[in-house]
Design a protein. Structure first.
Length: 194
């Protein structure tokens, strides 16, 4: 019975995610802006690279998950209550996503999408160098000696971004409305024994 309920829940999340991916937002981001306006260029890149998919809390709307505008890019909501995950799910090779896609559970443990707004609980105190290191090297908080960024963060796909694009993304994120939200610490599973 529990496997059936999980399968149904997973199917609902998958359908909602695919519906969201197929529905374009009503407003399109600024077309690839020029170097004269890096904030607009950054907004465009954040939008087309799908940063909202994981970093923005969502609520269910008539066509699936919808971004909650006042929480945009604030990461996993610290007030969210996630029920315990059935460990058999991840042991059997599955990855599970929280309904708004801001948390994921898999063989690595449980990860939470970071707050990337300009608030001090987000990236408000980060330097551009930290941001670049996080995005291109997968370093937590962009600092050497820290843990790697966990799935589903696709940082390996971003490592070849041009410096101008990284600067523009950082400029846009630093211009966002600050949202105070302390994201929980990831729960990391030990690596499997070989």
């Amino acid at each position: 019975m529990q496997k059936t309920l999980f399968t149904i829940a997973a199917a609902i999340v998958l359908v909602a995610f695919l519906t969201k991916c197929n529905n374009q937002p009503d407003t399109k981001p600024a077309v690839a802006a020029t170097a004269e306006d890096p904030v607009k260029r950054g907004e465009y890149l954040v939008t087309v690279m799908g940063c909202d998919d994981c970093h923005s809390p969502k609520r269910m709307g008539p066509q699936g998950p919808e971004i909650i505008p006042e929480l945009r890019l604030s990461g996993f909501p610290s007030t969210a209550k996630i029920p315990p995950v059935d460990s058999n799910v991840t042991k059997s090779g599955w990855v599970a996503l929280w309904a708004d896609l801001t948390s994921a559970v898999g063989p690595w443990g449980q990860s939470y999408a970071a707050n990337i707004t300009s608030d001090t609980t987000g990236i408000g105190t980060w330097t551009e160098a930290q941001f670049k290191k996080a995005i291109t090297e997968g370093k937590y908080m962009g600092l050497d000696g820290t843990r790697p960024l966990l799935p589903p963060m696709p940082w390996p796909g971003y490592r070849n971004l041009h410096d101008e694009d990284l600067k523009a993304i950082f400029a846009f994120l630093k211009s966002t409305k600050p949202v105070k939200n302390v994201v929980p610490t990831a729960k990391i599973n030990p690596p499997p024994k070989m």
